[in-house]
Design a protein around this ligand. Structure first.
Ligand SMILES: [Zn+2]
Length: 297
C-alpha cells in the first residue's frame, strides 16, 4: 500500500457498488457502571437517561429495521445482556447479528492486558449461554484497540469493528476489520447527559445530521466504500431521531446497487474473497516507538 495510484475498487459481491451496515452499540447503563465502579453516585439522572435505551429505544430501533427489512449488527456489553436476558435471543429471532462490546464497557486505556482477556472470555461465555451460539464479531467500547486486544480477537477467531484505517473492510494484524467512522456515529452529534462537568454543547438538530449523513452516503457511494452507521439505543431511540433514521433509510434503500448487510456478513465476504489483497492488509507493530532517533541513538 504505497504510492499515489488509487487501489482497484473494493470487490463487493454481485457487482454492487458500495455497502451499508446499520450497527447499534447497545450501551444502555454499562458506561455509567464502568465510570462509577469505585463509588456509585446517589443521583439517578444519568442512569435513567441510559435506561431509556433497553426500555424503549431498542424496541423502536428494532421496529424501524423490521419495517425496512434490514438486518442490523447489535454490539452488546455482557452486563447489559445479563440484566436484560431477552435482548440477545430476541435480536437473533429478528434475524439480526449480535456481537461483543466489552463486559462492563471497560475502556482499553483503563484495563490491563490480562483483564481484557478475562472479560473477553467471560463475555463469550455469557453470549454462548444465552444464545447457544458463538458471536462472530467484537467491537471495542469507545473504539480503542491495542496490539494485545487485536491478538486476542485473532486468537478467538473474531472479526473486529472498532478501527477506521480504510473505508472498506481490510485486515489488520491478521484480523478482519469492518471499519467504523466517527462522522457516521450518532453520539458525537446527539450525546448529551447534562449535569456539571459533562457535555457542554447542545445536541444538534436532526435536519443538520440527516444532511451530513446524506452527503456522506452519496460520497461513499461514489467512492465505492462502506457506510457504517452506528447508533446507540439510548440516544437514537428518542422519537425525533427515529423519525430522522426513517428518512435516511429511505435514501439508502433507494439505491439498488448498495449491499445492505451486517458487519458479520461483511467480515465473511472479506475473509473469504478479498483477504489476499496486499493493499487491504496492514500490520501494526506492538511497539511504535523503537526508532533509533526516538531512543537517542
Ligand atoms: Zn459503546
Amino acid at each position: 500500500m504505497t504510492g499515489l495510484s488509487l487501489p482497484a475498487p473494493y470487490p463487493w459481491p454481485e457487482g454492487r457498488g458500495a455497502a451499508f451496515c446499520f450497527s447499534v452499540d447497545v450501551d444502555a447503563h454499562s458506561p455509567w457502571l464502568w465510570a462509577n465502579r469505585s463509588s456509585m453516585p446517589r443521583g439517578l439522572s444519568h442512569l435513567e437517561q441510559r435506561n431509556f435505551g433497553p426500555r424503549l429505544g431498542l424496541p423502536r430501533i428494532a421496529e424501524l429495521l423490521l419495517r425496512h427489512n434490514i438486518h442490523g449488527s447489535f454490539f452488546v456489553p455482557a452486563v447489559v445482556a445479563e440484566e436484560y436476558p431477552d435482548i440477545l435471543p430476541s435480536l437473533l429471532d429478528g434475524g439480526h447479528e449480535v456481537g461483543l462490546h466489552g463486559y462492563f464497557h471497560e475502556l482499553a486505556g483503563e484495563i490491563t492486558d490480562e483483564e481484557f482477556t478475562q472479560v473477553l472470555e467471560a463475555s463469550v461465555e455469557l453470549f454462548e449461554r444465552q444464545t447457544g451460539a458463538r458471536p462472530k464479531g467484537f467491537r471495542s467500547p469507545a473504539w480503542e484497540m491495542t496490539a494485545h486486544m487485536l491478538a486476542e480477537v485473532r486468537r478467538l477467531g473474531f472479526y473486529d469493528s472498532s478501527l477506521m484505517g480504510l473505508d472498506t473492510p481490510y485486515s489488520i494484524n491478521g484480523v478482519t476489520e469492518v471499519p467504523v467512522q466517527w462522522s457516521t456515529d450518532d453520539a458525537i452529534f446527539f450525546k448529551f447527559l447534562g449535569g456539571a462537568g459533562n457535555d457542554r454543547w447542545p445536541p444538534l438538530d436532526t435536519n443538520q445530521v440527516l444532511a451530513a449523513w446524506e452527503e456522506e452516503f452519496s460520497a461513499i457511494h461514489r467512492f465505492g466504500g462502506l457506510f457504517m452507521l452506528t447508533v446507540h439505543d439510548w440516544i437514537s431511540g428518542r422519537a425525533p431521531r427515529i423519525a430522522m433514521l426513517e428518512r435516511f433509510l429511505a435514501t439508502v434503500t433507494g439505491h439498488a446497487d448498495v449491499w445492505i448487510t451486517t458487519a458479520g456478513e461483511l467480515a465473511t465476504h472479506h475473509h473469504t474473497h478479498v483477504s489476499k489483497r496486499d493493499d487491504l492488509t496492514v500490520n501494526v507493530p506492538a511497539s511504535l516507538l523503537q526508532h533509533p532517533v526516538w531512543r537517542g541513538q
